[in-house]
Design a protein around this ligand. Structure first.
Ligand SMILES: [Zn+2]
Length: 62
């Protein structure tokens, strides 16, 4: 037999445990190029740019 609960967890204790489930809200910043919300330090999924440089689907500008 595996571990089985000795007693039922009450609503207060259950809620207190779940307060730790989502401590950090996902941080989103507006893209410098297209102003859509994107993850910081990650190439924008909408326009494929990061800090003014296109990485995805780029038409290379000389
Ligand atoms: Zn963008």
């Amino acid at each position: 037999m595996g571990a089985a609960p000795k007693s039922r967890i009450g609503p207060r204790r259950r809620r207190l445990r779940r307060t730790h489930y989502k401590l950090f809200k996902l941080n989103l910043v507006p893209c410098e190029t297209c102003d859509s919300l994107m993850m910081p330090h990650v190439v924008c999924q909408t326009c494929g740019s990061f800090r003014g440089v296109r990485y995805i689907g780029a038409v290379e500008e000389a």
